[in-house]
Design a protein around this ligand. Sequence first.
Ligand SMILES: [Zn+2]
Length: 223
Amino acid sequence: MSEIPPFEIIRASRRSISIQISKTYGLVVRAPFSVPEDIIHAFVDRKSDWIMKHLARHTEQRERKNNTLYYLGHIYPFEYNLLQKETVTHSGGMFTFSGKVKDSGMEQAALTRWYRKQAQIYLSERVYHFSWKHELKHRKIRITSAVTRWGSCNGHNDLNFPWRLLMAPKEIIDYVVVHELSHTVHKNHSKYFWNLVESIIPDWKAHRRYLKEEGWRYALPKF
Ligand SMILES: [Zn+2]
């Protein structure tokens, strides 16, 4: 049986039942005036897997607020240090943000700069590792702020990766790097493309699924 928490049903002049999970109100179900309650409950029961998954995400996001960061697939505590100089350091198994004023915009900006710099260093090394080993020729490596994609390769074989990719585990990063490098040969997702990816990363399917299902984790917490 599902353990769906109690929810509010909002009646409205609409055509279908909708389920919404909001930060403030939790689970909210909207339904047309004409649909009986038992039908609504049966509908919600059928969606219980989806509901439980999304409620768990919200809980994790709330609990992560302010005090943890992902880096190369590991989660680290994050602390403030009220000093004059604004820096981000990652050592001794934790992140420390130093800054004079505890200002959320400042933390976001400093962390973004830190991840960008690490991403440039780490991803360049991984790109060169695979391009040398498998003779895949690329041009520039750019670090972007993209939030909806994990990488791209343009017509000139410039590779783009978002800095938040650095939050993901190393094997996932390698998959993304190989995926984009393989686009230097095949500008599509044909079977030839996937054969090339598979010859380098045999587990690519699991990694691709992981990014789809778990990728939402790899974002800065809300400050
Ligand atoms: Zn692709």
